[in-house]
Design a binder for this molecule. Sequence first.
Ligand code: UDP
Length: 318
Amino acid sequence: MPLAILITGGAGFLGSHLCDRFLSEGHRVIAMDNLITGNTDNIAHLAGHERFTFIKYDVTNYMFVEGPLDAVLHFASPASPIDYLELPIQTLKVGALGTHKVLGLAKHKQARFLLASTSEVYGDPQIHPQPETYYGHVNPIGPRGVYDEAKRFAEALTMAYHNCHGVQTRIVRIFNTYGPRMRLRDGRVVPNFIIQALKGEPLTLYGDGLQTRSFQYVSDLVEGIYRLLFSDEVEPVNIGNPGEFTIREFAEVVNRLTGNSAGMICKDLRTRDDPQVRQPDITKARRILNWEPAVSLEEGLERTIPWFREELRRRGEL
Ligand code: UDP
């Protein structure tokens, strides 16, 4: 039976890949996005698809959706450190007011609700790797606080709707994810490095580049989310690739795969509260979802770099 799925942030990087996945499984998808960081280019290939609808809307406002809904996936949010600096209030609003509106809709439609949460709820972690049971180390008033606290509030509200209203809820804590359709100028390390490398420029390490991140390819994340939605797990589940690299090591891989000989340079651009380490403990996802990442960093980059090359050419930048 085809299900009706609403995806907020449906024109964003992750939202658009989720639209593709649910459509390819035969479901009906409504994508909602106010396009402040999303882009209709990401869903242009779905225009005219008979099971796909796009609604331009800001989910922080009361929303009305016609017809039945079986599941609501709340992915709307600015999601890069540059965005938090430029759009701090929108980031707080969509995580708090937006989550409230979308939960209200899910309750009304008796739909299952899945919240896109984040490894940022762990802040600059003092436990490594991070299991779901870790409460985190977040500075509420730091530059990332608007995102971290909004997502922490969103998790609390999601659990409250589950406990008080019996809404069927799921929470995925997403670790650094990359792939085609990332925003070119969102300032994050993956687009920055790939674009610099393709242009033959040195890669910009913020600080000494010894901070670590664990990068997962987008198709692995989509698979994890798909399994979580149809599981019975109400409490948060980490979905990420435990392969951990220093930013310097990551830069070496990007330079090697692109044949960039310009090396790297250190820039004093690390923002306050930039986490020193980050690696998911995925014991729980392995156990309850039988999920683990299938795509290595090199394989994922081999699929991502050509997309960036194409995109830069299309824009006349290469
Ligand atoms: N970073 C970097 N050079 C860049 C962009 C980012 O060294 O051109 C670093 C950044 O300081 C952080 C890491 O790469 O330590 C990952 O940053 P990103 O913005 O991708 O995401 P985060 O995981 O910090 O949310």
